[in-house]
Ligand binder design. Structure first.
Ligand SMILES: N[C@@H](CCC(=O)N[C@@H](CS)C(=O)NCC(=O)O)C(=O)O
Length: 220
């Protein structure tokens, strides 16, 4: 029985924060959530977060940064494992979580691309990563057997596409039936659905519209 108070220092749109929120929900671990403005970082946050990034998990008066590290800490200390028991499979899962981070970097490149050419280049870099996933996915509904941290990492990835799809059909995920089924399964998982606030999509759309990017011009 853990008595430590957990606080997830968050940003409303951060996909890395969502990973930790999903893990905590899957493990039924109570926690508080505090949101920071990353455009105007408070001093207390910079004290806790050496890289100035969310998420940070406060455990009583200590603080852990980096989402992958937070996930591992929760695996080691809380019930309901989300990693496979076999070390090799667990290593594979960690690798695919890293792959998820690379996909998130590409997504940030996509929504920040300044013009149509740069946008197309970013979309071209992103699409093969989903082809790779299509080749790796099995019969579903989850990435590999039981719901795992890889699923927790990709729920926030597909959430971006829910908003992108409302702007235009960029066909980045098209023609990949296993990816489509996985995306749908992830969207219905309560821990994933509840990892963001009810106003997430409106907030993301506002954020994208204000980026002075190619995507911003498509929103307007
Ligand atoms: N490698 C980090 C990435 C976290 C990250 O990039 N967080 C973003 C928000 S989603 C952030 O805090 N950015 C603020 C900044 O870089 O100034 C992790 O996995 O926790």
């Amino acid at each position: 029985m853990h008595t430590q108070a957990l606080t997830l220092v968050s940003h409303h749109l951060c996909p890395y924060v969502q990973r930790a929120a999903i893990s905590l929900a899957e493990k039924a671990v109570p926690f508080e959530r505090v949101h920071v403005d990353l455009a105007d970082k408070p001093a207390w946050f910079l004290d806790l977060s050496p890289l100035g990034k969310t998420p940070v998990l406060r455990v009583d008066d200590r603080a852990i940064f980096e989402s992958a590290v937070i996930l591992e800490y929760l695996e080691e200390t809380r019930p309901h494992p989300l990693h496979p028991a076999d070390p090799l499979r667990r290593a594979e899962h960690r690798a695919w979580i890293e792959f998820g981070s690379a996909v998130l970097n590409d997504i940030a490149g996509l929504y920040s691309a300044k013009d149509e050419t740069a946008f197309a280049a970013k979309a071209e870099a992103l699409a093969p990563k989903f082809t790779r996933l299509e080749g790796h996915l099995g019969d579903g509904p989850w990435f590999d057997g039981a719901f795992s941290l890889v699923d927790a990492a990709f729920g926030p990835v597909f959430r971006y596409f829910d908003v992108f799809d409302r702007i235009d059909d960029f066909a980045i995920l098209a023609g990949r039936p296993k990816v489509a089924a996985w995306r749908q399964a992830l969207a219905t998982r309560p821990s994933i659905a509840q990892a963001v606030g009810a106003d997430y999509e409106a907030r993301l759309e506002r954020f994208l519209a204000q980026r002075n990017s190619h995507l911003s011009t498509l929103i307007r």
